[in-house]
Design a protein around this ligand. Structure first.
Ligand SMILES: [Zn+2]
Ligand SMILES: [Zn+2]
Length: 373
């Protein structure tokens, strides 16, 4: 009897608990509906569904701006319908970082292009720059490409300003008569002011050589020194000492065997990260069957990837004649990075002095070393 009562109590308790669970479940569902607004039905019933849209939206904005690669973001989009629709909203896509948009050249497809276009339409400055570079150089769509790069440049996107400067200096996409050195210097100055290292280096050489601007050797030296210092600061920020040992900061007598940066100061600093747009160009034109075209050459600085848009557009090393550069910045950087060791007569002072094109580089190295001491 006691057992029966007990069972009854248990049964009675179970029934009450069941009723409570049902009531709670109903309240939970109705509150979810309120939170989700127009969201459909009762969903899967997990806690994620209970999160209000604005919180999910804000998490996706954060993810879009901090994702380390496109997969980090796309994997979230394909998780469920809700994340997909919220993740593709303009506010989320407008925050996309350059790493999130770092589409690999081997993965280029119509859907990749559509995704970039959607990001551009959402207001992503990075997407404007990357898609502009791809259209301009890879698909020879000069008009649309340069318009997209300019769209990024007017929002003070430093890499876009510098790329427009390179286009102006070279008259890329047009003839030799389309070169506009003054416009190139003006764009470079703006990018250098924003801290773009290549632009500082380019402008430094322009001042030293009087190229597109009145010659001012001291201003040139100042900019080149500033470019080195800025580069060092960026590398230190990107590689915390706790993670990467800073052995490269130690002085070494074998300068020519060290990395490209700060080599004038006897420091071996790792190369800075390549922008995804430049990496895309480099990978694209390195793929079989995608070479720039007959008699067109790639910039020999591997972190650049720019091809010539007409014959003999780029400067060539007058000593060995085997390397070509889109800009003085690429020439100087590649000289420090590897060409100094590869170029045939580079260790002969007489040979260097005979070739005017290299004089600026040689002087730069000597001058910077003198300033450092
Ligand atoms: Zn280059
Ligand atoms: Zn050479």
């Amino acid at each position: 009897m006691a057992a029966a009562t007990g069972n009854m109590c248990v049964d009675g308790g179970d029934t009450a608990a069941k009723r409570k669970r049902e009531e709670f479940s109903w309240e939970e569902k109705s509150s979810r509906k309120k939170l989700k607004g127009s969201a459909e039905g009762d969903g899967g019933g997990d806690l994620f569904d209970a999160l209000p849209d604005d919180i999910v939206h804000s998490i996706l904005c954060k993810l879009s701006s901090t994702a380390g690669c496109p997969e980090d973001f796309i994997n979230v989009l394909i998780t469920c319908k809700r994340l997909n629709s919220l993740g593709l909203q303009p506010m989320v896509l407008s925050k996309s970082s350059h790493k999130m948009l770092a589409i690999k050249a081997k993965n280029w497809s119509e859907s990749a292009r559509r995704f970039l276009v959607r990001c551009v339409e959402s207001g992503s400055v990075e997407a404007s720059f990357i898609l502009g570079m791809i259209l301009f150089y890879c698909f020879q769509n000069r008009g649309e490409g340069v318009a997209l790069i300019a769209k990024a440049a007017i929002t003070s996107h430093a890499a876009a300003l510098y790329s427009l400067a390179v286009i102006q200096f070279n008259g890329s996409g047009g003839s030799k008569n389309n070169k506009d050195l003054r416009a190139g210097v003006a764009l470079c100055s703006r990018a250098a002011f924003l801290g773009h290292v290549d632009a500082m280096r380019e402008l430094g050489h322009c001042f030293q050589d009087g190229y597109g601007v009145s010659r001012n050797i001291m201003e040139g030296r100042r900019l080149l020194l500033q470019a080195n210092a800025r580069e060092l600061a960026l590398v230190i920020t990107a590689t915390p000492g706790a993670v990467v040992p800073r052995a490269w900061l130690r002085w070494s007598p074998h300068r020519h065997l060290q990395g490209p940066l700060m080599s004038d100061f006897g420091c071996n600093v790792p190369a800075a990260e390549t922008h995804p747009a430049n990496q895309f160009l480099y990978d694209w034109f390195s793929s079989p069957g995608r070479e720039p075209g007959p008699d067109l050459r790639l910039c020999s600085n591997s972190g650049c990837g720019r091809p010539e848009t007409r014959m003999h557009e780029f400067r060539r090393c007058s000593v060995c004649g085997t390397v070509n550069y889109c800009s003085r910045a690429c020439q100087a950087l590649d000289w420090k990075y590897k060409h100094k060791a590869d170029c045939g007569p580079h260790n002969s002072g007489a040979a260097i002095n005979r070739y005017g094109d290299l004089n600026a580089l040689i002087n730069l190295n000597e001058d910077d070393a003198a300033i450092a001491i």
